[in-house]
Design a protein around this ligand. Structure first.
Ligand code: FAD
Ligand code: UDP
Length: 369
């Protein structure tokens, strides 16, 4: 009989949701994380009363009422609606691409006028079967929007030409013919009142957590502690990178405190031209309608990933997908290990999808108990 039923590697959302459900089902869990805090990438640091999203802007959104009810058990959500702006040189546009964006670009006042303008540009390109992000974007919104609002941002963000990127990345962004600046299509949206740490604290109440611990430094010691391991770190590292490294895009966050009340009047401003080295500036207080005397902003600089960099975005291109499939085969042969989350599943998951994935797994395991 081992000390724990589950050793959970990674105190991110996947690990914490898994631990919560396991505990609810009478199981004993230990969570370890190599960082000095729990929460993974949703972690916030409170500075002068402002919750600073340490790993980039996190806006919770979902269409799934069960997931919404699940998170609302732990924390209340505010009415924040993400409406980012895109700055291209001295011009400001509304995102996602909607009637406000089209009006600013072309002075098209009705949906039909905007559709005609896009159609005219798309027809001239003659793309029948979009094979990459560039072709997909051009055939959705035409040349003007692609050149001003997509190409520069995308190529900075991913460090690759838009012609070398998978089309699905751009399909995340809605295109609408209404005057609606809500970035997401989902029914439920908001920011936890008091920050994401409240959600994480609620999920992990009564669960043992050890921080500053890298699983790989004493792998057999940690594995021996539990009947089953739940691994939410990088899948390639679990298998000693035997099929080569999976690529990630990384980010560098530059935080700055300013002694002014309001820097940009909005939580998120994207910088879409290629020459500005960062992709966006976040002003954290606006996520919670803060009225503090000072403000904190974060510039987000994309970087190439690597062994010593934080892995933020999986690069789901052909090479990496093939490599991931090799690791997935190894993972299915591994006994008493569950792989889950953005890193172990190598998927561009949003928070609600990670929660959904953890709940689906725990439902399968504990339904038969
Ligand atoms: P993570 O949060 O990455 O947690 C994994 C944990 O495992 C980490 O804490 C890590 O330290 C730990 N770990 C890894 N290896 C080891 C090891 N060897 N030993 C010990 N510990 C280890 N989603 C949204 O829904 N809305 C948004 O607006 C949004 N914005 C985002 C912005 C950015 C910049 C990024 C990068 C992501 C964003 N997301 C957003 C996605 C969201 O962050 C993820 O879906 C979610 O946090 C993933 O949870 P996870 O548990 O899978 O992974
Ligand atoms: N994107 C863009 N211009 C923008 C915002 C996004 O071209 O102003 C593209 C870019 O390729 C990005 C993708 O749309 O990777 C998805 O954007 P999203 O905001 O969902 O990215 P995330 O928040 O996950 O970084």
């Amino acid at each position: 009989m081992k000390e724990y039923d589950y050793l959970i590697v990674g105190a991110g959302l996947y690990g914490c949701v898994f631990a919560y459900e396991a505990r609810k089902n009478g199981k004993k869990c230990l969570i370890i994380d190599k960082r000095d805090h729990s929460g993974g990438n949703v972690y916030c640091e409170n500075v002068d009363g402002i919750n600073v999203h340490k790993y980039g802007a996190h806006i919770f959104h979902t269409n799934d009422k069960d997931i919404w009810d699940f998170v609302n058990q732990f924390v209340e959500f505010n009415r924040y609606t993400n409406s980012p702006l895109a700055r291209y040189k001295d011009e400001l546009y509304n995102l996602p691409f909607n009637m406000n964006t089209f009006y600013k670009l072309w002075k098209t006042a009705t949906p039909q006028e905007a559709m005609d303008k896009i159609d005219e540009q798309v027809k001239a390109l003659n793309i029948t079967d979009p094979k990459n992000l560039e072709e997909q974007a051009l055939s959705l919104v035409g040349t003007d929007i692609y050149e001003k609002l997509i190409k520069g941002y995308t190529e900075k963000q991913w460090g690759r030409k838009a012609t070398e990127l998978p089309a699905f990345i751009i399909k995340r962004l809605p295109v609408r013919f209404t005057y609606d600046n809500n970035y997401f299509k989902d029914k439920y949206q908001g920011i936890p009142v008091g920050g994401y740490n409240k959600l994480i604290d609620g999920l992990t109440e009564g669960i043992d957590i050890q921080l500053n611990v890298d699983f790989f430094e004493e792998r057999s010691k940690w594995t021996a502690k539990a009947e089953t391991v739940v691994f939410t770190g990088k899948l390639d590292e679990y298998f000693d990178c035997s099929h080569g490294r999976l690529d990630y895009r990384s980010l560098r966050f530059e935080h700055e405190k300013l002694d002014i009340e309001n820097f940009q009047g909005n939580a998120v401003v994207n910088y879409t031209e290629a020459d500005v080295p960062y992709t966006r500036i976040i002003e954290h207080k606006h996520f919670e309608f803060g009225t503090q005397a000072s403000t904190i902003i974060t510039r987000e600089y994309p970087e190439e990933g690597g062994a010593d960099k934080e892995p933020y975005y999986p690069v789901n291109d052909e090479k990496n997908t093939a490599r991931y499939n090799e690791y997935k085969k190894l993972a299915t042969l591994e006994k008493n290990v569950i792989f889950g989350g953005r890193l172990a599943e190598y998927r561009y998951y949003d928070m609600h999808q990670v929660i959904g994935s953890a709940l689906a797994t725990t439902k399968k395991i504990f339904a038969v108990c």
